[in-house]
Design a protein around this ligand. Structure first.
Ligand code: OTU
Length: 657
């Protein structure tokens, strides 16, 4: 867009750029800067236009983008151009991700390299390495308290190790996703330490207060994130003799984005990692980026402006790099992190589908899909050119983040239903063999979330202890069922390491004084490679899960209707134990897929009349692409065995109405 004020400012800035920047061949950089400058200028002005140093900061911002562009190597620049051409590349069904802690998975970055073939065996081609940057030796919130954003933690390796791993991944066509913890730093970060010595420049990087006046005002409306271990949102700093805002743990200092220098520093860090070869940058805790008295300090409009600005700037320097929004917030808020418009107000291409994840767990506990269907229906439409990260569980706790109104519409009392779910997954409910633990219990609000490994939550741990073969089978089926929906729903499925071999709760964190108070560590295991080896032993639990997932992944990759072009239609059927949706092939409707998942422990029947104008399969005319079998039919009803799923295709196109 050509706009006079922006354009003359751009001319001024280009004149003032340092000679080493001016002298370079920056053709691609300048075309992209020209295309995005109006947006960048407008956003930067909305956020910081009232400051005297606005122009100087604008110049700094362009310098950072230009310098990082100069640093970007030719291979990555080439990739940028390719991805610009094929800009929907990440919507393809070919991508399947896994998130893992390097330390827990293999120990370090060097040994990680030799495990890439294991990931490939399964079909994984996107790896999210959980935080690997410098962080305190003691408690560091699993690396989410960063003390140096440009250094790899010596405990997992060096920068060279990471680059070499990245190169090996690129050769194997595996995407690398890395974290940039944008909301806060560790109290051991250089900026925090300078702030502690009284340096006003660095105190302005954080929210620092002499007394409780303002903190008290904030606290009136701010919820607590870790109420048990880190109550409140402010910490008294002895050295500084001031209060500092710490929304998460007391050692995680929130950055103050009303200071443009903070924005520029963090953008520089994002681009630094883009240049180190990250294909995807996961932006942690993005809902929290802007703090305002009188609000919850989450999902503020400015937080969205900051993300738009980060995206626009990243597109100038490294347009091939994608952002993941980690915003575990209410269903109506989550979709907003894709941005309002895919072109003029874009934020992150990918977002965690926390609502879907929580709804799936509801279906597990209730064995029906009343709330699941309801909740999916009220999830707002997302933009084109954006996709979900669908997951069954991740490294964090499971929050019951669905809407109370949806719970009511599903026919339950919200408070009682939430209580039931907590009881169910913590094993307190009579009928439950789940082995989860409550996390973040809040005595004031009665709120709680859930920790526990996937296998333990679906009853495998208890079933093994009881030697109950049927319960073991049920747990395995549930693990596969849950994955079958994240693989087919639309979006990038993200597995949690260890789940592919049914890893149980890992209680060893209780022995570690820096971890014992945070039971999320129960589902951040150390992989037992001897156990993983059992995947090759026919009939073992590991083999049944691993091979099931492997087959699903391979099948998913062959089904173009599973690519994410907002081509899903939810079908509400009479039988409330079934989750049914259709994935429509964009070009060949006859190759659309009907997904049917039975969340009940008993066989269920799908009445073909329920499918209305959609696929009306006749006996032997539909085939499940996963198993290759044609499901049984009884009196125009499709039979779905307990915890079974189908990815159905009509074999004869004529059968499709
Ligand atoms: C994120 O978490 C990380 O995933 C957590 O591992 C970190 O502890 C946290 O940030 C701080 O860095 O910010 O938008 O309920 O879901 O803390 C949501 C706990 C977050 C997490 C929440 C989350």
């Amino acid at each position: 867009m050509y706009e006079q004020i922006s354009h003359s400012l751009l001319n001024e800035i280009l004149d003032e750029l340092k000679p080493h920047i001016r002298r370079r061949d920056l053709r691609h950089f300048y075309t992209r800067l020209g295309a995005n400058f109006y947006a960048i200028h407008s956003l930067f002005h909305l956020l910081y236009g009232n400051r005297d140093d606005f122009k100087a900061k604008m110049l700094n911002l362009v310098e950072v983008m230009a310098n990082q562009y100069i640093q970007r190597n030719d291979e990555l620049k080439q990739l940028d151009v390719e991805r610009e051409k094929d800009h929907n590349w990440f919507l393809s069904q070919k991508w399947v991700g896994m998130a893992l802690y390097t330390e827990g998975f293999t120990g370090n970055l060097v040994s990680m390299k030799s495990r890439l073939s294991y990931l490939q065996e399964l079909g994984i081609n996107m790896v999210h390495l959980m935080p690997i940057l410098d962080c305190p030796q003691g408690a560091s919130d699993g690396g989410y308290a960063v003390s140096n954003f440009r250094n790899v933690d010596g405990r997992v390796g060096s920068m060279e190790d990471l680059e070499s791993l990245g190169a090996s991944m690129r050769k194997r066509d595996i995407l690398l996703a890395l974290d940039v913890v944008v909301n806060h730093t560790s109290n051991e970060h250089e900026w925090a330490q300078k702030a502690q010595t009284g340096d006003p420049k660095y105190q302005d990087y954080y929210h620092v207060f002499d007394n409780r006046d303002i903190p008290d005002m904030f606290e009136e409306t701010m919820p607590e994130i870790f109420p048990e271990t880190a109550p409140g949102n402010f910490t008294w700093d002895e050295t500084m003799e001031k209060w500092v805002m710490t929304v998460f743990n007391h050692y995680q200092w929130d950055l103050d984005y009303s200071n443009p220098t903070v924005f520029i520093e963090m953008l520089d860090i994002i681009l630094f990692w883009a240049n180190k070869g990250a294909d995807i940058v996961r932006l942690d805790a993005v809902a929290f980026l802007w703090k305002k008295i009188g609000t919850t300090c989450q999902n503020e409009r400015e937080a969205h402006l900051i993300l738009q600005l980060m995206k626009d700037c990243c597109q100038v320097t490294a347009p091939g790099v994608l952002f993941i929004a980690e915003a575990i917030v209410a269903p109506v808020e989550i979709t907003k992190y894709f941005g309002e418009d895919a072109v003029i107000a874009k934020e992150c291409e990918i977002a965690y589908n926390a609502t879907f994840m929580a709804l799936l767990w509801d279906a597990v506990a209730t064995r029906n899909t009343l709330l699941l269907n309801r909740g999916i229906k009220s999830l707002p439409e997302k933009l084109d050119r954006a996709t979900w990260l669908n997951y069954v569980r991740c490294h964090d706790d499971i929050g019951l983040g669905f809407d109370d109104r949806d719970i009511l519409l599903a026919g339950y009392d919200p408070q009682a239903h939430r209580r039931f779910l907590i009881d169910y997954f913590t094993g307190a409910y009579v009928d439950s063999i789940a082995r989860g633990f409550p996390f973040g219990q809040n005595k004031k609000t009665g709120d709680a979330r859930i920790s526990g490994s996937l296998a333990s939550l679906v009853g495998l741990e208890a079933a093994l202890a009881q030697g109950d073969q049927e319960a073991i089978d049920r747990a395995i089926k549930l693990i596969l069922l849950l994955h079958s929906v994240i693989f087919s729903f639309g979006g990038i499925p993200l597995l949690h390491y260890g789940d592919e071999i049914g890893t149980l709760n890992d209680y060893s964190f209780l022995q570690d004084e820096h971890k014992k108070d945070d039971n999320r560590w129960i589902h951040r295991p150390k992989i037992d490679w001897k156990k993983a080896q059992l995947r090759q032993q026919h009939g073992s639990i590991e083999q049944r899960i691993f091979d099931g997932l492997k087959r699903m992944i391979a099948t998913r990759k062959r089904i173009p209707a599973f690519a994410d072009f907002n081509n899903r239609e939810l079908l509400e059927v009479t039988n409330s134990h079934l989750f049914v949706f259709q994935r429509i092939h964009p070009e060949q409707p006859t190759n659309s897929i009907l997904v049917v998942a039975n969340f009940d422990a008993n066989p269920q029947y799908l009445d073909m009349h329920d499918l209305g104008g959609h696929i009306r399969p006749q006996y032997s005319q539909v085939r499940d692409l996963y198993s290759g079998e044609s499901p049984a039919m009884f009196k125009k009803q499709l039979v779905v065995p307990p915890y079974r799923f189908y990815w159905l295709i009509s074999q004869q196109p004529e059968a499709v109405v």
